[in-house]
Design a protein around this ligand. Structure first.
Ligand SMILES: [Zn+2]
Length: 117
């Protein structure tokens, strides 16, 4: 969709999708397609990532000082990450390692980009 999207953001979207898939499969008994609720969550997470002021300099959302998610989505994110986080190492080791490395980035050091709305 966005041709100028930074690989970091593309990867973050992949990570979120992978985590939601693990969660939905286990908790909502879905095999191939995600349930409506989980699909909505992915859409919301992508929408927030597109508008993240840190973009390629961002840390992981769990460590960010802004916390741009609305409260109910943030709760859902926490629940999904708590369940899928440890399982990511088994299912998607490369994405999981990137995610850990990204968590060490300090958003305070990053330049905040002004995003055109
Ligand atoms: Zn689900």
């Amino acid at each position: 969709m966005e041709s100028n999207e930074h690989p970091r953001i593309t990867r973050e979207k992949k990570t979120i999708k992978a985590m939601v898939e693990i969660y939905c499969k286990a908790k909502h008994n879905r095999e191939k397609e995600l349930c409506t609720e989980c699909n909505e969550f992915i859409e919301y997470a992508r929408f927030r990532l597109d508008r993240c002021p840190f973009q390629e300099n961002k840390t992981t959302c769990g460590k960010c000082r802004i916390h741009c998610y609305k409260p109910d989505m943030r709760e859902k994110a926490k629940t999904i990450m708590r369940y899928s986080g440890p399982r990511m190492l088994l299912h998607h080791p490369v994405l999981a390692m990137h995610h850990v490395a990204d968590g060490f980035k300090k958003p305070e050091d990053a330049k905040i980009k002004i995003i055109k709305q």
